[in-house]
Ligand binder design. Structure first.
Ligand SMILES: Nc1ncnc2c1ncn2[C@@H]1O[C@H](COP(=O)(O)OP(=O)(O)OP(=O)(O)O)[C@@H](O)[C@H]1O
Length: 712
């Protein structure tokens, strides 16, 4: 059910916002922005959202450097053009979308902003009237309270109405902000759940998502120098506020003789705004542009913090005595970042020690005030009004400049949000190439030809020239030394990773032509680093077949298949026990305390049984053609291990005639289990060096035979 404040379902708007979409990594886009200044204008105009975002991150005069994510964009003419492009191609559409959710409320919000912006001027005017009245009363000698009480009463009523109006405006704005927040966070989550591992491992995509997160967080009120899109309206408020004060200043000084005073007022107001840009008074830029060294230091500082704050690292931190090293690394990184920030941010406005420049400007603003005081026409109220209006204009213009600058940054974060919702997962085939996965009898047939794969950022390939043929229904054991590439191969077979070279045919179709989501409906797996969720046993297992989550008997059956039923029965709340997992810090909400009491830890082997039960939730389904187990029984005793392999054997065959229904691939370091497989692949240094039946490989007397002899 949607929340009460939402008049809409948060489905994608972005097709209406921008017609462009892109693959997560576009090397041409990256290189294109290495020489932004030399690009022809028409090229500039053809940029899509991702291009705009990437272009805004380039550092002026540094070819191969990008600003660290979240850094402020310098206010250059090029970035201004990019911001304008972003505003016209995306931001206005985004705002329009928000407006469509609550048209009446949004109009009311804008009207409220306008009316509120007039309040300070009214306030000043009303106070001036009271002061004038007091001056008249005192000056005339006949002091009567009635008129004064009337004015004070009017002022109190005005303030009361102002307060009521404010609370209405805040309430209205809160509702709009609530639905905007929901929309943005929903889109964020939706996008992240769609993205595959190769897309996530692209550094530029990670930066994009990070800035998109910053944008989403800005709805929670400030942070990181950005403002929420609703604060765009702040510009309107500030502008009208300044105009209304200028109007008051002008009315106080509108006679011919006062024109000079007016000009002096404006000059005194404008001077502090202009002067900070002078080379004597300010730094060249207040933008946090980190150099590579500083960015690395900032990154290191965060990593060190994380090592301390994340509980899952604590055993290693204590065991290896990392405390001093962490503190030292953190403090040296902190110093690098601090020094860089010190040089970047402007020094305070002080020309001489002990003499504040801003005090000088305040004093300057008093000159027209004194001149006015000398003219007979000026009343005390009007002088007070003049004084407060001049101050308000100064603050208003300052705020306007600061807000404009924040809006400028916000535009690029908004662009990051827009671009992130358009990322096309890397493993997703083009519609023209897409082929629907079709099952064949016996499971899935696998043919790998010269497969190679290098992890992003690594120079050495993890897999080299993998050749492998497995018929549907066969069982394959992958064995080999640590780091030989077994899990990487499993992840490629499961279409979690893509390969760089070669070809992988599943059921004689290039695996790249399958939609991964479609293909994943036909596989079940236990990963080596399986996830441990800080949730109940029921959910930890049931998510293996999400539609069966409400069906307790099915979950219990899976637990039985994984020989985990005895473990679960011994838990204090059985299947409802919340499992404790390292590294997860549960947030405590009022009323949720009792949950903490139900939390229970599990041993490594017990967790492994939970993960196996999760895979068994769907392994029995007829549409499952491939079962992949990456060291499923590494922490189990020999008896439990045998039970699990018997179960795998049973569910991969037809119940009546024993014919093979599923292809099974398992990775193991226990060579006694490898002999149960039809084929064995021996992996060394990222490649399959021996392939055949257990007996064939023993006869060969190569690496497998040596490993086997060592094991038994
Ligand atoms: N995320 C990663 N980024 C970079 N390199 C990686 C990553 N994961 C694994 N590698 C490297 O790829 C190689 C193969 O790793 P893989 O996990 O596939 O080995 P494995 O045979 O399963 O090892 P083990 O028996 O220890 O589980 C190793 O050299 C490893 O260091």
């Amino acid at each position: 059910m949607r929340p009460w404040f939402l008049p809409f379902s948060p489905e994608p708007l972005l097709s209406t916002c921008s017609s462009t979409s892109f693959h997560a990594q576009k090397p041409q886009a990256q290189s294109k922005h290495k020489e932004p200044e030399s690009e022809p204008k028409e090229h500039f105009d053809a940029l899509n959202l991702y291009d705009i975002w990437l272009a805004s991150r380039s550092v002026p005069d540094e070819r191969d450097t990008l600003l660290v994510p979240g850094a402020q964009r310098p206010l250059t003419s090029r970035n201004t053009r990019l911001a304008y492009l972003a505003l016209t191609t995306y931001c206005f559409n985004f705002m329009k979308h928000l407006w469509h959710q609550h048209p009446t409320r949004t109009v009311m919000m804008m009207a409220c902003h306008f009316i509120r912006s007039l309040f300070p001027a009214f306030r000043g005017y009303s106070q001036a009237l009271i002061i004038d009245e007091m001056q008249t009363l005192i000056g005339s000698g006949s002091f009567t309270w009635s008129r004064l009480l009337y004015l004070v009463g009017t002022e109190l009523i005005r303030r009361y109405i102002e307060g009521l109006f404010d609370s209405f405006a805040n309430h209205n704005e809160g509702i709009i902000l609530g639905s905007a927040k929901y929309f943005v966070e929903y889109q964020q989550l939706k996008q992240r759940t769609r993205l595959d591992v190769p897309t996530f491992s692209d550094p530029l995509t990670r930066d994009l998502l990070l800035e998109s997160d910053l944008f989403a967080r800005s709805f929670n009120g400030g942070g990181f120098g950005s403002i929420s899109p609703l604060d765009f309206f702040q510009l309107l408020t500030l502008f009208t506020e300044i105009v209304s004060h200028l109007f008051l200043i002008f009315s106080v000084t509108n006679t011919y003789t006062h024109i000079g005073i007016l000009l002096l007022s404006l000059f005194s107001v404008a001077l502090p705004l202009v002067l900070p840009t002078s080379p004597f008074l300010s730094s060249s830029s207040s933008d946090s542009i980190y150099t590579k060294k500083e960015a690395r230091a900032a990154d290191r500082r965060e990593k060190m913090r994380n090592l301390v704050y994340n509980d899952s690292y604590r055993p290693e931190v204590l065991l290896f005595g990392l405390e001093n090293w962490i503190l030292k690394s953190w403090s040296s990184a902190w110093k690098v970042v601090y020094d860089s920030e010190q040089t970047q941010f402007s020094p305070n406005l002080s020309l001489f020690p002990g003499v504040s420049v801003s005090d000088l400007f305040s004093a300057l603003q008093n000159i027209p005030f004194l001149l006015l005081l000398q003219t007979s026409s000026a009343t005390l109220g009007s002088l007070t009004l003049y004084r407060s209006s001049v101050q308000s204009v100064v603050f208003g213009i300052r705020n306007l400049l600061a807000t404009t600058r924040m809006v400028f940054q916000s535009v690029f974060l908004m662009v990051a949000f827009g671009a992130s919702t358009e990322i096309k997962p890397k493993l997703q085939p083009e519609p023209k190439d897409k082929v629907e996965y079709r099952s064949i009898p016996g499971g899935v047939s696998i043919r790998a030809r010269n497969l190679s794969y290098t992890y992003p950022g690594c120079s050495e390939p993890a897999l080299k020239n993998i050749n492998l043929t497995l018929e549907a229904g066969e069982t394959l054991a992958i064995v080999g030394y640590n780091g030989s590439g077994k899990s990487t191969l499993a992840n490629i077979l499961l279409r979690i990773f893509d390969y760089d070279q070669g070809q992988l045919l599943l059921n004689d179709v290039d695996v790249r032509r399958y939609d991964p989501t479609d293909y994943h409906r036909h596989v079940s797996a236990v990963f080596q680093g399986f996830s441990k969720f800080n949730s109940t046993v029921r959910e930890n297992v049931g998510i293996g077949r999400i539609e069966s989550l409400p069906h307790r008997p099915l979950i219990e059956a899976a637990l039985g298949l994984a020989s985990a039923d005895a473990v679960v029965n011994s838990l204090p709340y059985g299947i409802q026990t919340v499992l404790e997992c390292p590294g997860y810090e549960a947030l405590s909400y009022p009323g949720s305390r009792h949950l903490a009491d139900q939390v229970h830890g599990l041993s490594g082997g017990e967790w492994q049984r939970i993960a196996i039960a999760r895979a068994f939730m769907r392994a029995n389904d007829p549409e499952i053609d491939l079962l992949v187990f990456d060291e499923p029984t590494s922490s189990l005793d020999a008896h439990a291990q045998n039970q699990i392999f018997n179960t795998i054997n049973r569910i991969s065959r037809h119940r009546d005639d024993g014919t093979r229904l599923k292809t099974v691939v398992f990775i193991t370091h226990r060579l006694s289990t490898a002999r149960r497989a039809d084929k064995v692949a021996m992996m060394e240094n990222g490649t399959i060096t021996e392939f055949g039946t257990h007996e064939e490989l023993l006869k060969k007397n190569g690496s497998y035979a040596a490993l086997y002899r060592q094991a038994v």
